[in-house]
Design a protein around this ligand. Sequence first.
Ligand code: SF4
Ligand code: SF4
Ligand code: FES
Length: 267
Amino acid sequence: MAVATETKMITLTIDGQKVTVPQGTIIFEAIRTLGKTVPHYCYDRDLSIVASCRLCFVEIEKVPKLQPSCSTPVNEGMVVYTNSEKVLEARRMQMEFLLVQHPLDCPVCDQGGECKLQDYSLKHGTEDSRFRFEKRTYPKPDIGSLIDLERNRCILCSRCVRYMDEIAGSQELALVARGNDTYISTFMDEPLKNEFAGNTIDLCPVGALTSKVTRFRTRVWELRDKPSVCTLCSVGCNINLQYRNRTHEILRVVPRGKRSGELPVDM
Ligand code: SF4
Ligand code: SF4
Ligand code: FES
């Protein structure tokens, strides 16, 4: 007979507020229970944790260095600060670092208006760049008729790679090379074949992976959501039909949750 074991609960303090969560919870999710979040790129609760973007840093009392909230479990009595001067400074530095090689493409980038790099740069970045050299550029591969890959805009968060590997079940995307030369690629630059590959468009926090079907047909601020249910199979996933405000023409179908604002990007 199976014996039910009680989950131990942990109480910690986040920005002066007490919160109680099950043991093993990461600080990032504990913060979420307070209805807020910290800036993040690589973390997604449905994917494995890599803690590579270093943007979700928090300060913990009695811990000398800032810790990534997405990979640090809670502890009894922990005192966490998400907006201390140390944290804000680390975020500024990390945003500057992410933008070192990033092109100034926003006016011609289809992600404009729903880009986490734009949002976080405005909120947490600096106004100027100290990088005065030529930016690194990569050739643009053709990865199929549905998805456009613009490598120069990739921030190497590996969400798309982990999604393809862990959920779609095919290792068709990879981060290739090392260090400053790392870039995102399909296997041998071949087109993506997996039928779930389109979800990477919604998972990519920037304009590196965009839809060839809808790109340049509208700007995201012209779109409105209409909740619906997908009818392509018997599962009936929740979707949002996105239509142009003025003409009511349906332009995009997106999963409800990810792109439709399940998580507040501001913080
Ligand atoms: S990915 Fe974001 S920040 Fe980069 S060019 Fe596109 S909209 Fe601008
Ligand atoms: S293509 Fe997008 S999701 Fe994939 S690693 Fe680059 S930024 Fe992340
Ligand atoms: S979200 Fe925590 S390190 Fe990227």
